[in-house]
Write a protein that binds this ligand. Structure first.
Ligand code: ZN
Ligand code: ZN
Length: 268
């Protein structure tokens, strides 16, 4: 009751005219008025929510898991980069590696560079069971996705059953679940599986990673002619995503994209 009353009060201009009636219906675009109304309401709801300690600096934050100042300091991935694998290139051209050894996915969307302090957040999600981070990362990923070219299906990077039992959750599936819900896309949670329990890629030299994940994935569904986006937390060499793309391509997918939270940069 109090919340509703407060919202009504805050949604009114000082002169008592509501945001909706303040716009002339013939001149204003109804959708934009509703949108503005919704955004005002959301802002006011956020103001009513209790502040929580920022996961990075500990200061109280109403913006979400991390505060505005820490968000501004995150390594957002804005440098020109290869459209295929997201490796930084001087003018955004396709990189030399993708020209000579193109991966089976045709483009990559990445939100962050895998650098401090983002790397600590990703590790907190995977190994510290801070699962709320997956939701926050997925929302950032949604903002980056090209909405004019959405896929037919989303597939999360599968974990082997043994690793799933050990960790208790698949962070890529958590990411993909939120992304699918936000963009109203079809998520295929059980279509692909990891058939071999391989050592973690991060434990291997870059050159051995491709061999490590060769034939590591299986796919059960006919994807003939479908566009598929593969969701993962971090793209480093792209070997795992490429092996998963191979399994998906064998099932007929015609276009495969990679959607990742972070891209490892050459110097990191
Ligand atoms: Zn902070
Ligand atoms: Zn590339």
């Amino acid at each position: 009751m109090f919340v509703a009353a407060t919202l009504c009060t805050r949604l009114r201009k000082p002169n008592g005219v509501s945001w909706i009636t303040a716009h002339h219906p013939r001149k204003g675009n109804a959708l934009s008025i509703l949108r503005k109304h919704f955004l005002n309401m959301r802002t006011n709801i956020v103001r009513l929510l209790p502040a929580q300690p920022c996961v990075l600096c500990g200061n109280m934050s109403r913006e979400g898991l991390w505060c505005k100042a820490c968000d501004a300091a995150l390594p957002y991935f804005n440098a020109p980069h290869c459209p295929v694998c997201a490796l930084p290139t001087p003018t955004g051209e396709v990189c030399g590696h993708c020209l000579t050894h193109p991966p089976l996915f045709s483009r990559t969307t990445a939100v962050f560079g895998y650098a401090f302090p983002l790397d600590k957040l990703i590790q907190g999600m995977k190994y510290g069971e801070q699962l709320a981070l997956a939701h926050a990362f997925a929302k950032k990923l949604v903002q980056r996705i090209d909405k004019s070219n959405l896929p037919d299906y989303l597939i999360a990077m599968p974990l082997h059953r043994a690793k799933l039992c050990e960790r208790g959750f698949n962070q890529s599936l958590l990411l993909a679940t939120t992304v699918a819900r936000e963009l109203q896309l079809n998520l295929l949670p059980n279509t692909c599986r990891r058939v071999r329990d391989t050592p973690p890629q991060s434990a291997l030299p870059w050159k051995e990673r491709k061999k490590n994940v060769r034939n590591a994935f299986g796919c059960d569904m006919d994807l003939t002619g479908k566009r598929v986006a593969l969701v993962d937390d971090v793209l480093t060499t792209g070997a795992s995503l490429n092996a998963l793309a191979e399994a998906v391509q064998k099932c007929g997918a015609r276009e495969i994209s990679a959607w990742v939270v972070a891209r490892t940069l050459p110097h990191s």
